[in-house]
Design a protein around this ligand. Structure first.
Ligand code: SF4
Length: 215
């Protein structure tokens, strides 16, 4: 048996039950992580925002205004901003995207040891980031590539709202900004709009991952 994790965008677009049934016929079993990685990752960011604020208050940060934590869940946006705008006023935390955390857990789960594990992604950049980790018996692949390679014929269900919408960090302390689309993210940092923000959420694709290149 081979194991596969289906990303939330594909689940919403094609229907999880329909995907499970179709993949079972191809001898793939759909699996999930035990841990609530969405909640755990959000808590990691909350702590990072808090520590950054405390560093500013104690005079060990880059200035009296706390630095801005940069969302690292979208590799494409994160790398673009890091490359072009890295400086002491921005915090590039070492927090994996949620999907990568899930893959790490599955790769280390004894029940799945020795079997191939496929992690489907909504874009090539997440697949590249995952494959660079070289997790045991684990391969990341954009959902559309996997579906086409397997010849899966599944009707698309229209989705009105993104399953991964902007707003993930709502409720964290301080000013949380949220931007999607390459040119908007670029202009935001170029203008210095990040000044005073605790954290900036970034999604490279318009409105989120349902517009990724791998769905
Ligand atoms: S917003 Fe687009 S590029 Fe970023 S993680 Fe989602 S699908 Fe990938």
């Amino acid at each position: 048996m081979r194991y596969i994790w289906i990303n939330p965008v594909a689940r919403a677009m094609y229907g999880y039950e329909a995907i499970r049934r179709a993949l079972k016929q191809k001898e793939y079993e759909c699996i999930d992580a035990e841990a609530d990685w969405g909640g755990i990752v959000r808590e990691k960011y909350r702590k990072l925002v808090q520590e950054t604020g405390e560093a500013a208050a104690s005079g060990t940060g880059w200035g009296v205004t706390p630095a801005t934590v940069v969302d690292a869940r979208c590799p494409k946006a994160y790398q673009m901003v890091k490359h072009a705008f890295e400086g002491p006023e921005l915090v590039f935390g070492d927090i994996h995207p949620i999907l990568i955390h899930i893959a790490i857990e599955l790769s280390e789960t004894p029940r799945y040891a020795g079997a191939e594990k496929i992690i489907t992604t909504p874009c090539a950049s997440l697949a590249d980031e995952g494959n660079a980790l070289r997790l045991q018996d684990t391969r990341f692949i954009p959902w559309n590539q996997f579906r086409e390679a397997l010849g899966l014929q599944l009707p698309v269900e229209a989705i009105e709202a993104s399953p991964i919408p902007p707003g993930y960090f709502a409720g964290l302390p301080g000013r949380i900004d949220s931007i999607s689309e390459e040119h908007r993210i670029w202009n935001y940092f170029r203008r210095g709009d990040d000044r005073g923000a605790s954290l900036v959420e970034m999604l490279f694709c318009k409105d989120g991952c349902h517009n990724g290149d791998g769905v």
